[in-house]
Design a protein around this ligand. Structure first.
Ligand code: SF4
Length: 284
């Protein structure tokens, strides 16, 4: 059996970024990006090629009517200042992240702002750059140690998690902070991604045969990794892989097993359906 077990394909934020890319391509001679538009390098490169987009470098020549497109994960305000008079700007940034920028622009000295995220993720790095008053807690490091170092006590906390971190990490961090502080405001992780995990959980909880879960996506994708970690921890008997192409999947022993499919939010539904067909043909 080869079965897609939950919602797959791009989330609304990634869809918006792709629409902005084609709008920028139609309305300008040349489109530049500073970072990948989405965390799926194969799909990103294909989209850039189709839209004649390239990465902006110091040596890049701006033709008249060239544009700069900010990626789905966010942008730095310093880049806005640097390029606003030289290039036409397009915002591929997810509306959830843009809404958070707006909220933080009205920062209030009454709060102690904490951002919980992967320190090396573009979304986190942009937040920290744009809002220097944020205190970063890195999900890649020990939470207790970092909170101890911050010496945060009796504060009114405003808590912002990166949109695609683990819900468990978020809850763990909140429970440590809440011991000595009042967490007055807390934002949540992104439901587009988290609902996928919940659907996967509901489905896998009823599975009892030897099976494989294939997360179609790029290993760079934060949400693909979070789905992977969630399944690995909760369902250790299920083999789980993040792969972006049938060529790689063929190297896994998939015969005589149930194959379940999901995808990262930066992988197209077309790619998931194509890979499903390729697996079915291979297993015939
Ligand atoms: S996963 Fe959520 S936060 Fe990230 S781009 Fe998609 S909708 Fe936006």
């Amino acid at each position: 059996m080869v079965k897609i077990i939950c919602e797959t394909g791009y989330c609304s934020g990634v869809n918006k970024a792709i629409n902005k890319l084609s709008k920028a391509a139609k309305e300008s001679n040349k489109v530049f990006l500073l970072h990948p538009l989405l965390h799926n390098i194969d799909e990103n490169d294909k989209l850039m090629k189709e839209n004649n987009a390239s990465y902006l470098e110091d040596s890049s020549d701006y033709e008249d009517n060239s544009s700069l497109l900010f990626s789905a994960h966010g942008y730095r305000f310093s880049d806005y200042e640097k390029y606003k008079d030289k290039l036409k700007l397009f915002y591929g940034t997810c509306p959830i992240i843009l809404a958070r920028y707006k909220l933080l622009e009205k920062n209030n000295n009454d709060y102690y702002y904490i951002f919980l995220g992967k320190g090396n993720h573009e979304e986190t790095m942009c937040f920290i750059d744009n809002f220097p008053f944020l205190h970063l807690i890195d999900t890649n490091l020990d939470l207790n140690e970092q909170i101890k170092k911050l010496k945060v006590k009796n504060k009114k906390i405003f808590f912002i998690p990166q949109t695609t971190i683990s819900n468990l990490k978020k809850e763990e961090c909140l429970s440590i902070l809440e011991k000595d502080n009042d967490v007055i405001k807390k934002l949540d992780i992104c439901l587009s991604y988290y609902n996928r995990i919940k659907e996967i959980d509901t489905f896998l909880s009823k599975v009892n045969k030897v099976s494989i879960l294939l997360i179609i996506g790029d290993k760079l994708s934060s949400n693909a990794n979070e789905i992977f970690n969630f399944v690995k921890n909760k369902y250790p008997d299920i083999e789980v892989y993040i792969e972006n192409s049938f060529e790689r999947i063929k190297e896994i022993d998939i015969k005589n097993k149930d194959i379940f499919l999901t995808s990262a939010t930066s992988t197209s539904k077309e790619n998931v359906l194509l890979i499903k067909k390729q697996i079915e043909n291979y297993l015939l």
